[in-house]
Design a protein around this ligand. Structure first.
Ligand code: FES
Ligand code: FE2
Length: 450
């Protein structure tokens, strides 16, 4: 039996299971594992912070979290995006308490120290009297987030100054982001504010649900079939390709049964199609013109979905980014962004936004379905019996439900390892392998005998 506390013996047992492709259920909610994840995964990987259209002008700012690290993301006068710890260097209180806004400088609500957009300490209340001449303000500026970088307007941060650059980390996923975010002139824009709410869930389960699991759609979201929105065919979310890329990232390109487009270019106005063709390579255009839903993830905690939504004659498409911020082994704070092509007609944008609110987001019907399942996973994973039970990732050896072995499809036009179905555990397996690689780095490594 695997002991629940993560001593070296428990770790070795976990290692054995992982090497067999088995994922023990207790790790979903284990507090020791959770602490390891915060340090070894979230302390070293790139995490999504914001989209550049949330920071339009000099002085625009948003406040965000990288798990427990508070982030103040600011556009300075030079137009650069800077990331600081949102904590005053005097006594440490949270410096900026608003979610977003525009400021010339930031004044601490505790004793009134103020900082400019470059994080420099520029004002101390009664400074000369209290601190005299010896206080060197230049030593007490805001502390910077070690790495902040963006790709296609998506801004990410990383707490490890030695971590690989963002573009290298994203790897082949960039090619798919070019389709999702770079297809339109002017790119995408965030509409409204990111919505956020707390769900009873473990971040691994929520990330996997989006990035790797179209198989749940036909059961969890059965109501969409009953309403006539989705087809009766239980394989309907399985047509297309599941693509595994580097570092635990992956994307599902879901199509109709025939592989042909249900509606071209996801129901976007036909006036936009020549622009897509102009901005994409022929291979990217081939994928975009025929896809029904893109859904995937950037490891560890960013997911995205780009569906066709609505009924015939009123179809639209949008892009939903969501970040799963762990706030305990059994809780996530969900951050949810709506993005739409800047170049789309205004009435189309508005219709797409209303469609998004009715499907994903805290009041969306699809969201409720998933949230209930995530809560039930954590509720049942803490028991004594779970200590030596593993979850079914048999499909990880690429056998699809007892049918023929699924081999990668070499003819798929995009990069990564593309399997010709999305009812597959290939991305899940890659996420869990990456999870184990990261949490076990330097763990229980014996010092070399001198
Ligand atoms: S804690 Fe910010 S000024 Fe004192
Ligand atoms: Fe779902």
């Amino acid at each position: 039996m695997i002991k629940k506390t993560l001593d070296e013996k428990a770790f070795q047992l976990l290692k054995e299971k992982m090497e067999q492709g088995l994922f023990p259920q207790w790790v979903l909610t284990d507090p020791d594992i959770y602490e390891l994840e915060i340090d070894k995964i979230f302390g070293h990987t790139w995490q999504f912070l914001a989209h550049e259209t949330e920071l339009k002008d000099s002085g625009s700012y948003v406040t965000r979290w990288m798990v427990n690290d508070p982030v103040l993301l600011v556009k300075n006068r030079k137009g650069e995006i800077k990331g600081y710890l949102n904590s005053c260097t005097h006594r440490g209180t949270q410096l900026c308490t608003a979610d977003h806004g525009n400021k010339k400088n930031f004044t601490c609500p505790y004793h009134g120290w103020s900082y400019n957009l470059d994080g420099e300490l520029i004002g101390i209340v009664a400074g000369n009297k209290v601190y005299g001449e010896e206080m060197d303000k230049s030593e007490w500026g805001l502390r910077e987030i070690p790495q902040v970088a963006s790709y296609q307007g998506m801004i990410f941060g990383c707490l490890d100054p030695a971590a690989m650059p963002l573009e290298e980390y994203l790897g082949d996923m960039k090619w798919y982001f070019d389709i999702l975010l770079g297809r339109s002139d002017g790119g995408m824009e965030v509409r409204g504010l990111p919505q956020r709410w707390v769900a009873k869930a473990n971040w691994k389960a929520t990330a996997e649900n989006f990035a790797a699991d179209p198989y749940h759609v036909q059961t969890t979201h059965r109501s969409t079939v009953e309403l006539g929105i989705s087809p009766e065919d239980p394989l309907y979310a399985g047509y297309g390709h599941q693509i595994v890329t580097e570092n635990g990232h992956g994307i599902n390109v879901i199509t109709s049964k025939t592989g042909k487009a249900r509606v071209p270019y996801q129901g976007t106005p036909d006036s936009m199609w020549p622009m897509f063709k102009k901005n994409l390579t022929p291979e990217q255009d081939e994928i975009l013109s025929g896809v029904t839903v893109f859904v995937g993830g950037v490891y560890p905690n960013l997911s995205f979905v780009s569906p066709i939504h609505g009924t015939e004659g009123h179809l639209h498409n949008y892009l939903n980014f969501r970040m799963w911020r762990p706030i305990g082994p059994e809780k996530v704070e969900v951050w949810c962004w709506f993005l739409i092509d800047k170049a789309a007609p205004e009435e189309y944008k508005e219709a797409a936004y209303r469609g998004y609110l009715g499907s994903f987001g805290p009041t969306g019907t699809l969201e409720q379905d998933d949230t209930e399942t995530w809560a039930r996973i954590v509720e049942v994973s803490k028991g004594l019996m779970m200590r030596d039970k593993e979850l079914n990732y048999n499909n990880v050896s690429n056998y699809l439900m007892g049918f023929d072995r699924v081999e990668p499809d070499e003819s798929f036009p995009g990069p990564g390892i593309a399997y010709p179905t999305t009812y597959l555990d290939a991305i899940s397996r890659s996420m869990h392998e990456n999870w184990f690689k990261l949490i076990s780095k330097d763990l229980f490594v014996k010092e070399a005998v001198k």
